[in-house]
Design a protein around this ligand. Structure first.
Ligand SMILES: [Zn+2]
Length: 498
């Protein structure tokens, strides 16, 4: 073993010095204190950007043999890449930017007069067509478009709304429920104008349950805006116009310009369809030209995302369709057309092809991905048939009668939402009885205490990922059915092939 050095190296002598040791200990202690203080001021509640879209109403992976098969949106396989972490501002949305006014300059007007609960309802719904008619020659052209906005949505304005309530089975209690529901929605809008299914970003602080698990902010914002629009509340009119303004602005800020059109999907076409529907309704109700390029580009994205073979839509562009996502695209196309935005004929023809493919009982029942006989998808499919003005009316009405016979299921908010629209649009004989039960069930079910006051929640696994926000929106929309629905059977609509 080698002998050690007789004199210690200078570094060891330095460390051994009492003064150096004291300085060393002091430095360690101060660094530790600084680290602790630094942790205390780091914001831990950084708002989570929208990430993966999973608004599945059942298990994430859906197959043709699933028992329920109903969804509001995409499951795990629906993730089309992470959405942008930061919202895209309208200024960054380059397509037609020069023609797009600044949404911040949206004008506001005084609130409308009180609703008149007397008087005759407007001429909606007109009696169904007496017999099938071939498409007019104009309908075979490249696109269909309907004349200027306004008339199709007139029933939502104060006078038409009161008449619709009085003439089609609403009540003062149902209207009061709508008002309380809209107040709850307004209280749960996030600071950035969006709504979130997990109720984050607002001042609820977990007071309202259950929270939804779906993460699409465009879907949540779209579904929350629809009840306002359904009650005549726009960014130009109504006591909630500020809320609606911020929500519409948020949706526009989320649109991504793509070669295939304006993408509002955040990974699932469910979100795109709902958001497009909200923008189209706002355009149809106000005629605000600011919205035109957004609706037009969103319609273009629906067109290019369609499964050209099967004719439907699912989570990602081009996927074989499912009944739920297809229904939201169809509703968006319908409202866009009534707002004056051209909708391609082949796109609409594809919807009919999809419905043919999933129908059973000659079209009285509908499946989710394949021909199957399920109540909820049948209600959705039958409403789609009404929208597309299917000429087999006896089959359509018999399918509706079969679904309505047991009365409204107390928990099936999604199925009831579709069935009520189809029954009323058809002037179906089952409507009065079915509506009374459905209406009164909803009114009695509305929460009336605490922060949840004005909202709804149901034990409906099909819509569980939407949580209380989704359920409240669907319940309000159901109570607005008396004036919210669009005129499917009017002469103008028929003239344009709808
Ligand atoms: Zn709350």
């Amino acid at each position: 073993m080698q002998a050690v050095a007789t004199e210690r190296p200078w570094i060891e002598r330095l460390i051994a010095s009492p003064r150096v040791r004291a300085t060393y200990a002091s430095t360690v202690a101060h660094v530790f204190v600084l680290l602790v203080l630094g942790l205390l001021v780091i914001p831990l509640d950084v708002e989570r950007p929208p990430t993966v879209i999973t608004l599945s109403l059942k298990e994430p992976v859906v197959t043709a043999t699933d028992e329920r098969g109903l969804e509001l949106g995409g499951g795990a396989e629906a993730t089309g890449g992470p959405p942008t972490a930061e919202p895209v501002t309208p200024d960054a949305y380059v397509a037609d930017a020069a023609t797009r006014p600044d949404p911040a300059t949206i004008a506001v007007e005084p609130a409308p007069p009180p609703i008149d609960l007397v008087g005759e309802p407007p001429a909606f719904p007109a009696p169904p067509r007496p017999s099938p008619q071939p498409e007019p020659a104009a309908a075979t052209s490249a696109t269909r478009s309907l004349p200027g906005p306004g008339d199709a949505f007139a029933g939502r304005r104060a006078a038409g709304r009161g008449a619709g309530v009085a003439g089609r089975g609403g009540s003062a209690a149902s209207e009061a429920g709508v008002g309380r529901g809209l107040e709850w929605l307004a209280r749960h809008q996030a600071a950035d104008g969006s709504w979130r299914f997990d109720l984050s970003g607002c001042r609820c602080d977990g007071a309202c349950r259950p929270l939804g698990s779906a993460t699409s902010t465009t879907a949540a914002t779209g579904i929350a805006l629809l009840p306002f629009l359904g009650a005549g509340q726009t960014h130009e009119e109504g006591v909630h116009r500020e809320t609606v303004t911020r929500g519409l602005y948020y949706l526009m800020s989320r649109m991504r310009a793509t070669p295939r059109g304006g993408d509002l999907s955040e990974g699932t076409m469910y979100g795109h369809g709902v958001a497009t529907l909200a923008l189209a309704e706002a355009l149809g109700m106000t005629g605000d030209r600011m919205l035109v390029p957004y609706v037009r580009d969103a319609v273009r994205f629906i067109e290019t995302a369609q499964d050209l073979h099967g004719g439907g839509w699912r989570y990602l562009p081009g996927q074989p369709g499912d009944t739920t996502v297809t229904a939201w695209q169809l509703a968006a196309l319908k409202s866009a057309a009534l707002a004056g935005v051209a909708v391609p004929s082949p796109t609409l023809d594809g919807v009919c092809r999809f419905l043919d493919r999933v129908q059973v009982r000659d079209g009285a029942g509908y499946g989710y991905l394949a021909p199957q006989d399920r109540p909820c998808t049948s209600a959705i499919g039958l409403l789609c048939r009404v929208y597309t003005r299917w000429d087999r009316e006896a089959t359509l009405d018999s399918g509706l009668a079969r679904l309505a016979k047991p009365g409204p299921d107390r928990e099936a908010v999604y199925q009831n939402f579709y069935l009520s629209q189809a029954l009323l649009l058809r002037n179906h004989p089952a409507w009065p009885r079915w509506n009374r039960r459905h209406r009164d069930q909803l009114v009695a079910r509305q929460a009336d205490v605490g922060h949840e006051a004005g909202s709804w929640s149901f034990a409906d696994p099909d819509t569980a990922p939407g949580g209380r926000l989704g359920h409240t929106a669907l319940a309000i929309l159901s109570l607005e059915v008396y004036y919210r629905l669009l005129p499917i059977y009017t002469a103008d609509a028929a003239q344009h092939g709808w």
